[in-house]
Design a binder for this molecule. Structure first.
Ligand SMILES: Cc1cc2nc3c(=O)[nH]c(=O)nc-3n(C[C@H](O)[C@H](O)[C@H](O)COP(=O)(O)OP(=O)(O)OC[C@H]3O[C@@H](n4cnc5c(N)ncnc54)[C@H](O)[C@@H]3O)c2cc1C
Length: 466
């Protein structure tokens, strides 16, 4: 039994307060936000404050052969942060310091537990901008965002997390500390190890410091809404906006199910009779009004029933807030859909080339009918990245089977359309089979070789990704 000596070693490294074994707390750290993914009960949750303490935790784990599951805020949607039985959960909540903001170099250096919105707010006060803005930005951490390569609403114009990660500090399974990347505007020395760790979902090491690139603060944005009687027409509008060379700073789609769910959750005056709503914004400064008018024209030409611009910043913010409510609103909608609050969601995250968005939306509607399950669709339409949310009755095995079949059919369709099984949520537990199909046997072997080289004993986040 390794528990007692391991706990004693962890207490020697971290002190008693940062080594937690309270059963309620252990339960709290069992899983992320992904419904219907397996999870285990950790032996202990540790909350290191700095790199040296993480090194101590990893060395102790290696000594006793106990797995380490890194956790940020556990907002993940693929089960990637789920504990395995007997593991050490390494929570980064106490590593929450912004170490540096350099307006000249346009970089910030942060510990991994810094919450996205905290960093975004701190750099905004310096006139700077950290664009990646997952819907969870008020709670998710930079370490989690980097480890999942998170996207968000601004990413259609500004790119996803990886575009902003310049360098990392990572504690390896050997207990050594690796520094990757740079602080400079340019730099090409060696293999791009930074990108190897971005999106690695805690399977290759513990990220203990992140150097991010910043941009000058953008101009104020103008926002419009286009209402459609079919989701596929909205998909056509998205492709046309791209084809015309327009660069919206936000281009999001909500389908009828989500509009109804949001209105039920928090009435906001959304058109619940519509099949789809496109939300678009531009932040092109003096050209913004002209660009918004061009997007409105494209939306109308694609068959919009109604197009209207937000009259002021407050209305634009309310529309954005409606989009941000999609996840909790849909969770409530699903829970209420079946007796006893037993409804659950299988959240999908498929990305296709923009030109194939309409085909994806049509296909999801067909799959919902064929599998006889309700599916609501929401997502980052401008990136071709949709979240078909499949509503299932957790208490009914037949409903779960139909939901899982729909999930697989959507994955299959996404790959057939030249897309990927995950645009931003990651592989975690949810999509291991689909990752293997997407990257093929050679891709799997290369993944396994990298894992074996960096983590030969399989210490970090076992069972995730591969
Ligand atoms: C309401 C809602 C909206 C969302 N919207 C979006 C969205 O728009 N775009 C998007 O991409 N995602 C979105 N997500 C998913 C989720 O918020 C992101 O995946 C986020 O990046 C996870 O961050 P976290 O801090 O919660 O990490 P966790 O969920 O705790 O962990 C995620 C993964 O990162 C690993 N990890 C965490 N910290 C470290 C570290 N320091 N070192 C090594 N590995 C680490 C974990 O092991 C795990 O594999 C949303 C989730 C919710 C609940």
């Amino acid at each position: 039994m390794v528990a007692s000596p391991l706990l004693a070693d962890l207490r020697a490294v971290l002190g008693d307060d940062a080594v937690l074994t309270d059963p309620d707390l252990l339960r709290m750290h069992e899983r992320d936000e992904a419904d219907l993914c397996a999870s285990g009960t950790p032996l202990v949750v540790v909350r290191p404050h700095g790199t040296d303490e993480v090194v101590g935790v990893v060395r102790a784990a290696a000594r006793y052969g106990v797995p380490v599951v890194p956790q940020g805020a556990r907002t993940g949607l693929a089960g990637a942060a789920n504990a395995v039985d007997g593991a050490i959960v390494l929570s980064t909540v106490a590593m929450d310091r912004i170490l540096e903001i350099d307006p000249v170099g346009r970089i910030a250096v942060v510990q991994p537990g810094v919450v996205n919105a905290t960093l975004a707010g701190a750099v905004r006060r310096e006139g700077l901008y950290y664009p990646p803005d997952p819907g969870s930005w008020e709670s998710s951490t930079i370490g989690g965002n980097v480890s999942t390569n998170a996207g968000g609403m601004c990413c259609v114009k500004y790119g996803v997390t990886t575009e902003y990660v310049l360098g990392l500090e990572v504690v390896l399974a050997s207990g050594e500390v690796l520094r990757t990347g740079r602080r400079t505007a340019k730099g090409v020395a060696g293999y791009d190890l930074t990108r190897l760790f971005v999106g690695s979902e805690g399977t290759l090491g513990v990220i203990t410091e992140v150097t991010v690139a910043l941009r000058p603060a953008p101009e104020a944005s103008l926002t419009l809404v286009a209402v459609y009687n079919s989701t596929a027409e909205a998909g056509v509008a998205v492709a046309e906006i791209a084809a015309k060379g327009l660069t919206p700073s936000l281009l999001e789609l909500l389908d009828r199910t989500h509009l109804a769910a949001i209105e039920a959750y928090q009435p906001m005056g959304l058109r619940t009779d519509a099949q789809a709503l496109l939300l678009a914004a531009v932040d092109t400064g003096s050209r913004a009004a002209e660009d918004l008018a061009r997007i409105a024209e494209v939306c109308e030409a694609a068959g919009a029933d109604e197009v209207y611009a937000a009259t002021d910043a407050a209305e634009a913010a309310a529309l954005l807030q409606a989009r941000r409510l999609a996840h909790p609103a849909m969770e409530k909608f699903a829970a209420d859909a079946y007796p006893g609050g037993n409804g659950g969601l299988i959240i999908d995250d498929v990305a296709v080339p923009r030109g194939s968005l309409a085909a994806l939306l049509d296909g999801v509607a067909r799959i919902a009918e064929e599998c006889d399950v309700p599916i609501g669709v929401v997502g980052h339409a401008g990136d071709g990245n949709m979240h078909p949310n499949i509503v299932v009755d957790r208490a009914d095995p037949a409903s779960l089977d139909r939901g899982r079949r729909a999930f697989d059919e959507i994955m299959r369709l996404g790959l057939e359309l030249g897309g990927t099984c995950t645009g931003e949520h990651g592989v975690g537990l949810l999509k291991r089979d689909w990752l293997a199909r997407e990257i093929g046997p050679v891709g799997v072997r290369v993944h396994q070789a990298i894992k074996a080289a960096l983590d030969p004993e399989g210490l970090f986040n076992p069972g995730k990704v591969l």
